[in-house]
Design a protein around this ligand. Structure first.
Ligand SMILES: Cc1cc2nc3c(=O)[nH]c(=O)nc-3n(C[C@H](O)[C@H](O)[C@H](O)COP(=O)(O)O)c2cc1C
Length: 145
């Protein structure tokens, strides 16, 4: 099976409300687990940035479903490539709840401190998600005591 990794940015639409995020994550975790897709999602008040990894067939299918979701718009693929291994093996769809840490990371990767994935380099956007993964892994470890 050939593994691929897809990275995209999108804009939160008017039909999105803050409660939707729980439902999005629940759907993502349930569906992605079935299709052996893993990844990471981050967002602020304006934008989403998401990475999906898995077989080409499954990543493509999930991306097409996500792309037709009216809770976001202006999807832009930042990167799509074959990869040798997964970077988010523990996360069917991970995210980081700690807003303080997220804001620090957004500052680190966005010149003016405002999270804007459309204007990040693909490498920068991916590195941001890797750092978020590390924080999310730590949070999980600490919760488990
Ligand atoms: C930013 C964003 C990210 C999403 N990520 C995923 C995902 O990784 N996997 C997934 O199955 N659905 C994801 N969704 C939700 C899908 O668009 C869709 O609502 C869902 O897959 C429908 O499945 P359900 O009927 O099982 O809830 C995402 C939606 C948004 C707005």
């Amino acid at each position: 099976m050939s593994l691929v990794r897809l990275l995209y940015a999108s804009t939160i639409s008017d039909s999105f409300n803050a409660d939707d995020i729980k439902q999005i994550l629940a759907s993502a975790q349930r569906n992605n687990a079935k299709e052996n897709v893993t990844g990471m999602l981050t967002f602020d008040r304006h934008y989403f940035l998401q990475c999906l990894e898995g077989s080409r067939e499954n990543v493509n299918a999930i991306y097409h479903r996500i792309a037709s979701d009216s809770r976001h718009e202006k999807l832009e693929i930042l990167d799509y490539q074959s990869v040798n291994f997964r970077e988010f093996p523990n996360w069917n769809m991970g995210y980081l709840q700690n807003t303080g840490t997220l804001i620090k990371l957004f500052f680190k990767y966005n010149a003016n401190g405002l999270f804007d994935p459309y204007h990040m380099t693909p490498e920068g956007a991916f590195m941001l998600l890797l750092e978020i993964r590390d924080e999310a892994d730590n949070a999980l470890k600490n919760n488990e005591g």
